[in-house]
Design a protein around this ligand. Structure first.
Ligand code: MF3
Ligand code: CO
Length: 253
């Protein structure tokens, strides 16, 4: 069941989203060889506390951290760790902010120091695929239009789309209906209506799309050991088109 949000509720989610966007902008300033994802995780938890918000992922289904930090061949749900990041790594930081009971979810992938041209192209293509998906997020379109826009672009660029994890509705709960796959056929699936709020969060691999699960039962990594990247925004469907609730352009420093 899809829980439709009122304009006021979307405003509340936008406040959570703005705060989340400002966290990502802080992380962008911190990322460098030598810092650990554990330090970043601690920073995020403190920062959210200071802003009267909480990290929704901590405690969610037994997850123990404020953020997911997925390095190189890790696709998603990497655990923050004390081992420092190295020059040339890429790291996806994903988090869900709870502000006054309303949630926003956004992931961003950062290059550490100097990254390879291929890694940079992966980041560029993954980010652009997210925005192509957002462009399709208009009333009257269907979920499949978002999925198809992402998949067709990514595959034309020679990369692959992860199948095992999808975007999702969000509101007072992290995971609501509908599911938003990043692969699929245009004109299929749920029709988009005003007041829907969901994430689009393509995970894109340089090599094969398959993944394996770590022994920790959380972390997914690429089956072939090649790099994976992810960008994620929380989107509201409105009469005036999609609103990016976690937009980093309009959040304050
Ligand atoms: N932020 C994640 C998503 O995009 C949710 C992660 S669940 C957690 O769906 F438990 F790992 F935090
Ligand atoms: Co997320």
């Amino acid at each position: 069941m899809i829980i439709i949000k009122t304009e006021q509720e979307i405003e509340m989610m936008k406040e959570a989203g703005k705060l989340l966007a400002s966290v990502h902008k802080e992380i962008a300033k911190m990322i460098r060889p030598g810092i650990s994802t554990y330090e970043i995780d601690q920073f995020v938890e403190e920062y959210l506390k200071k802003h009267n918000a909480t990290a929704e992922q901590k405690g969610y289904m037994g997850y123990e951290y404020a953020t997911c930090a997925s390095i190189n061949d890790e696709i998603c749900h990497g655990f923050p760790r004390r081992e420092p990041l190295k020059d040339g790594d890429i790291v996806g930081i994903d988090m869900v902010v709870n502000l006054d009971g309303w949630l926003a979810d956004s992931a961003w992938t950062y290059g550490v120091g100097n990254i390879s041209q291929e890694a940079q192209r992966l980041l560029d293509v993954t980010k652009k695929s997210l925005y192509l998906g957002i462009e399709q997020s208009v009333i009257g379109n269907r979920i499949g239009d978002i999925s198809h826009a992402i998949q067709s672009y990514v595959e034309a660029e020679g990369f692959s789309v992860v199948r095992d994890f999808v975007g999702h509705g969000i509101g007072k709960n992290i995971h609501e209906d509908p599911q938003v796959p990043h692969f699929g056929r245009p004109g299929r699936g749920q029709r988009l209506i005003e007041g829907m709020v969901f994430t689009i969060e393509p995970m894109i691999n340089i090599g094969e799309y398959g993944c394996t699960m770590d022994d920790n039962k959380w972390t997914a990594r690429t089956i072939d050991g090649q790099l994976s990247a992810q960008y994620e925004h929380t989107i509201a469907i409105t009469k005036d088109g999609p609103i990016i609730l976690t937009d980093q352009e309009d959040s304050q420093e």
